[in-house]
Design a protein around this ligand. Structure first.
Ligand SMILES: Nc1nc(=O)c2c([nH]1)NC[C@@H]1CN(c3ccc(C(=O)N[C@@H](CCC(=O)O)C(=O)O)cc3)CN21
Ligand SMILES: CC(C)C(=O)C(=O)O
Ligand SMILES: [Mg+2]
Length: 264
């Protein structure tokens, strides 16, 4: 795989070429994902749930993400490696700068932050200081206790408009990419059309530029409640390489997600 940069993804977007993304936490899976042509790998703070067994993502530390970023970096030298900034690690711009530096030194090439307008100064400041930023709107799991559960966001007209306007302002502040999680498909379609930066969806319908899944959901080994947007690709293929290849293929051809994985 050629080295993937934000320029590559901007070109995919202009060409209308859909792309796959996966979470990754270790060298061996990262290498397998890169080999199957997954251009974007996220060291997600979902690791607090799928690796550490917590019931939310709030207990994850910068050291945890840095450790797993080092592991993924070794396995996937060419993928665009995005590291989640954990809960409260970007509460002020200064904290964000120090913690983003640690993740970049661990091998990240972009950091992801959850939130809207309150983050505009931080996004601008990080970008000016040479750290590419991916914004994350909609169901932002670090806010689960504010939302009162992992609930679809942007269902009302007002809430949808607020998310759309925040997406535009985040792009204007310098965000290089956007993750939209658990929002109605129509809202995600509108935002993906209005933004020039790549938009990656999870539970956000089929019209975003990219699609991301937590790798454990792709392999069907998530314990407990499985989100509606997840799809087990291992059951249909029988081996991990085949599962990843099937996911990439379905995303690139617009066959994933299907209506059963979306919120209307
Ligand atoms: N295995 C796993 N997959 C994920 O996608 C994921 C994690 N863990 N951990 C971190 C966050 C938490 N996420 C979640 C967790 C649950 C739902 C969920 O239960 N959603 C309901 C929506 C209910 C509604 O408001 O209609 C669903 O039916 O999927 C969504 C996202 C996404 N992330
Ligand atoms: C689900 C993705 C977008 C994420 O933020 C994570 O894995 O932590
Ligand atoms: Mg996350």
């Amino acid at each position: 795989m050629d080295t993937i940069t934000t320029t590559t993804l901007m070109r995919y977007k202009r060409e209308g070429r859909k792309f796959a993304a996966l979470t990754a936490y270790d060298t061996s899976f990262a290498a397998a994902f890169e080999r199957q042509g997954v251009p974007v790998l996220l060291i997600g703070d979902s690791l607090g749930m799928v690796l550490q067994g917590h019931d939310d993502t709030l207990k994850v530390t910068v050291a945890d993400i840095a450790y797993h970023t080092r592991c993924v970096h070794k396995g996937a030298p060419n993928a665009l490696i995005v590291a989640d900034m954990p809960f409260m690690s970007y509460a002020t711009p200064e904290q964000a700068y120090a913690n983003a530096a640690e993740l970049m030194r661990a091998g990240a090439r972009m950091v992801k932050l959850e939130g809207g307008d309150w983050l505009l100064e931080t996004v601008k400041g990080l970008t000016e200081r040479s750290v590419p930023v991916c914004a994350h709107l909609g169901l932002t799991p670090q806010s689960v206790h504010v939302f009162g559960g992992f609930k679809v966001q942007g269902r009302s007209e007002d809430a949808a408009r607020a998310i759309e306007e925040q997406a535009l302002r985040l792009q204007y502040a310098g965000a290089a990419m956007l993750v939209l999680e658990c929002v109605p498909s129509e809202l995600a379609r509108r935002i993906s059309e209005r933004l020039s930066i790549p938009v990656i969806g999870i539970g956000a319908g089929r019209h975003t530029d990219g699609q991301i899944l937590v790798m454990h959901d792709l392999l069907g080994i998530t314990s407990g409640y499985i989100p509606k947007f997840a799809k087990n690709y291992l059951s249909g293929t029988g081996n991990i390489q085949g599962a990843v290849a099937a996911f990439v293929e379905e995303v690139e051809h617009g066959r994933f997600p299907g209506p059963e994985h979306c919120f209307e």
